[in-house]
Design a protein around this ligand. Structure first.
Ligand SMILES: [Ca+2]
Length: 327
């Protein structure tokens, strides 16, 4: 069976690392390249985090490209209060002083355009961070979206619930203009794993313990980087996510978008409708609006995921931490 060709655009925090491992473990996926963007950490830290994950999974041959360091509009910023300053929980002491030599010289946006142009209508793009690299790609090459097979995004919200600001989800709130551009101009089949989708399809904390206590280097790595991170603390999350989603358990956000790409049958229900990102609101800037009554008269619809097959999703997560594997 021909493998699915994938480019992963990421701001590598802990859940991005988990999602990347899911792609690395999937026998039907071939990763053409990984493009880095600021977000959970500075883009320099993101690059180093990706190299580390690839090294642990013994897949160092996959090219890594450095991309944007800040949003299209407004001050350059990365948020370091969720997964620590370095994006991976601030527990890794040994840094690779020669990491820059392992990053490709080509810019992430150029690499994305080249790889997709070389494999037209065959590449799935999985976007796990702020959408700045994607927005720039369509500005540099207006035909870029139509050369894609499909697009999977972790980002946005479908119920107006925010986790960075009152009404906006982290990845969209970090760069609302880029999220707007992508959802207006990428007319390829598009699948959105929103904050509420992930939260409403959470797994139990007992499963999380089983996941990270597997006997493999990737699992040990995940156990280490989640060990001091409040976002993986049951008590902290009960106070934060639990306000919106009572009983909400362990959530690996980016893994939901990746799982939809790896195995479409993981998604059991979705809403197909036009969407638009709010740019003006004083409280809702970066919020995703679902247009279920066609008020905006847009022709392009996206799939807003709503229900997930938890058993299949759990299995993908378990396999993702049994690495390195012989692939
Ligand atoms: Ca991410």
């Amino acid at each position: 069976m021909a493998k699915k060709l994938v480019i992963i655009d990421t701001d590598c925090g802990i859940d991005d690392a988990q999602a990347l491992m899911m792609a690395l473990a999937a026998p039907n996926i071939q990763i053409l390249g990984i493009t880095c963007v600021y977000g959970n950490a500075s883009v320099e830290n993101v690059c180093q985090n990706i190299l580390r994950v690839l090294s642990i999974c013994e897949r160092d041959g996959i090219p890594v490209f450095q991309g944007c360091a800040g949003p299209l509009v407004g001050a350059s910023s990365s948020r370091t209060d969720h997964f620590g300053t370095d994006g991976l929980g601030d527990v890794i002491k040994d840094k690779d002083p020669r990491w820059k030599e392992k990053i490709q010289r080509e810019h992430a946006v150029d690499a994305m355009i080249r790889l997709v142009s070389e494999n037209q209508n065959r590449v799935s793009l999985v976007a796990l961070g702020p959408l700045t690299n994607l927005a720039l790609a369509v500005r540099v090459d207006p035909c870029f979206p139509q050369k894609l097979k499909d697009l999977y995004i972790m980002g946005g919200n479908m119920e107006g619930k925010g986790n960075l600001t009152l009404c906006a989800e982290f990845n969209f709130a970090m760069d609302p203009e880029s999220a707007y551009v992508v959802l207006e101009e990428f007319l390829c089949p598009t699948y959105l794993a929103t904050w509420e989708y992930a939260s409403r399809n959470s797994l139990t904390w007992e499963f999380f313990e089983e996941l990270i206590n597997q006997d493999a280097p990737a699992a040990r790595f995940m156990k280490t980087i989640t060990s001091k991170c409040w976002a993986y603390s049951r008590e902290a999350m009960m106070k934060k996510r639990g306000v919106y989603f009572p009983g909400c358990g362990f959530v690996s956000y980016d893994s939901y978008a990746m799982a939809a790409c790896v195995d479409g049958t993981v998604v059991t229900e979705s809403i197909e409708c036009p969407v638009r990102v709010e740019l003006q609101g004083s409280m809702s800037r970066g919020m995703l609006a679902l247009d279920r009554t066609n008020t905006l008269k847009k022709s392009h619809k996206v799939f807003v995921l709503t229900k997930c097959d938890s058993a299949k999703f759990s299995q993908l997560l378990l396999e993702s931490l049994r690495q390195p594997c012989n692939k």
